[in-house]
Design a protein around this ligand. Structure first.
Ligand code: PLP
Length: 401
């Protein structure tokens, strides 16, 4: 039977999803080189186990579910009030005043990053190039036109609104950025806020990696910028800050002064029955003082990994961005050992991905998977066990000889 009436824009999504393609190529390499230990600097998934505080809370919360007076069923669609309060307190520590009604708990950031399109008529999305592919793909599925805001070496890999038409749009921004690791300053973010207010746009600020910011002068939230309450929402996650990539929990901030707050609540009522009560309890534990201490230790571990890779790249004389406020390093290929110093005829980031895999067993991510402007780059992730990072550094040094 021919199924009619499918979403024609699904065709605009192009081929396989980036990471499935990487996994396919790595599986083939492993089949062909069974004795080589591959080193996973590709996918941005955490590798350290959950903090003890979180695990203990999961045990306690599970036991309570099996008791008559501890059992809970459906909860508030916006999430547990206690968790929303704890998130507000976390923002307050950075001087951002929010109330519980402005926080919506989700099951991780990804769903909301795409779901937000449902509040808007078909229109324009402004998406950094390169960026996390979901912004572009979700916009396409929602029939939106995508305009890219280039993040290049010239602008420090941080897109600016200077060349963006002043039309109403959904503007996706991510800081610190996946994949470039670059983080916005207050001044650079303020320019986007000004642009959004002048054009009737809404900024969707993805703060999934804010916990990795190591310079106290950099903003962690768009709401640290004056005027952002009028024109921005923020989506954040426990995935990379507390190791919840499997457990699933995050949140979305929508100011009550914005009509989007009521609309989002209405949309949730028909789309969502709330995040798992177990992951919400676990998230609350991650925000306790002991939980935060353990999470910070894990983040420091990944940042130390990033530093080991960064120092290796420096020694090799490779130009790169990131690794300071994010678990990613954005490596420029041109003339570097990553493309055989331009002597091996390597043209594309997929070729460089294969070259690196063949020569060192290191799995990276081809920059072009994050957008056209990612061509000529590879992303290295520091979410790997320390021994794999140290071994990667050793093999990279060999690549430079
Ligand atoms: N935003 C960015 C920039 C990411 O890199 C990721 C995951 O890698 C997400 C959001 C999704 O996070 P979550 O696990 O909370 O869905």
């Amino acid at each position: 039977m021919e199924i009619r009436g499918l979403n024609p824009d699904m065709e605009r999504l192009g081929g396989g999803y980036l990471f499935s393609e990487v996994a396919r190529k790595v599986a083939r390499y492993r089949r062909e080189h069974p004795s080589v230990r591959t080193l996973p600097l590709g996918i941005g998934d955490v590798t350290l186990p959950l903090p003890h505080t979180v695990v203990n809370e999961l045990y306690a919360a599970s036991r309570e579910l099996g008791e008559a007076d501890g059992f809970v069923g459906y909860g508030d669609v916006r999430g547990m009030a206690e968790l929303r309060r704890a998130i507000c307190e976390r923002y307050a520590r950075r001087g951002v005043e929010l109330c519980e009604r402005e926080i919506f708990i989700n099951d991780g950031a990804k769903g909301d990053l795409g779901g937000i399109c449902e509040l808007f008529d078909v229109g324009v999305s402004v998406v950094p190039d390169p960026s996390y592919p979901v912004y572009c793909d979700a916009s396409i599925i929602a029939h939106r036109r995508v305009i890219t805001a280039d993040a290049t070496e010239e602008n420090g890999y941080l897109p600016t609104p200077h060349d963006i038409e002043k039309i109403p749009a959904l503007i996706y921004l991510c800081s610190p950025s996946n994949p470039t690791g670059a983080a916005f300053t207050h001044k650079a973010l303020a320019e986007w806020v000004e642009h959004a207010r002048a054009s009737g746009s809404v900024i969707v600020f993805d703060a999934a990696y804010e916990a990795y910011i190591s310079d106290p002068a950099l903003p962690h939230s768009i709401f640290e910028i004056e005027g952002a309450r009028e024109c921005a929402i923020e989506i954040c996650s426990f995935s990379k800050s507390a190791g919840f990539t499997g457990l699933r929990c995050g949140w979305c901030v929508i100011p009550t002064s914005s009509p989007l707050n009521k609309l989002w609540e209405r949309r949730l009522a028909c789309r969502f029955n709330g995040a798992s009560c177990l992951s919400q309890r676990a998230a609350l534990a991650a925000l306790s003082s002991e939980g935060e201490r353990e999470c910070s230790k894990n983040i420091a571990y990944y940042l130390e990994n990033a530093d080991i890779l960064a120092r290796t790249l420096d020694r090799l004389g490779v130009s790169f961005c990131g690794g300071k406020h994010a678990p990613y390093l954005w490596v420029k290929l041109d003339g570097s050992p990553f493309c055989g110093n331009n002597k091996c005829g390597i043209k594309s980031s997929w070729d460089a991905f294969s070259f690196l895999l063949e020569r060192t067993g290191i799995v990276s991510t081809p920059g072009v998977g994050f957008g056209k402007r990612g061509e000529g780059y590879l992303r290295l992730s520091s979410f790997a066990p320390r021994e794999d990072i140290v071994e990667s550094a050793r093999r990279l040094e060999g690549l430079g000889v």
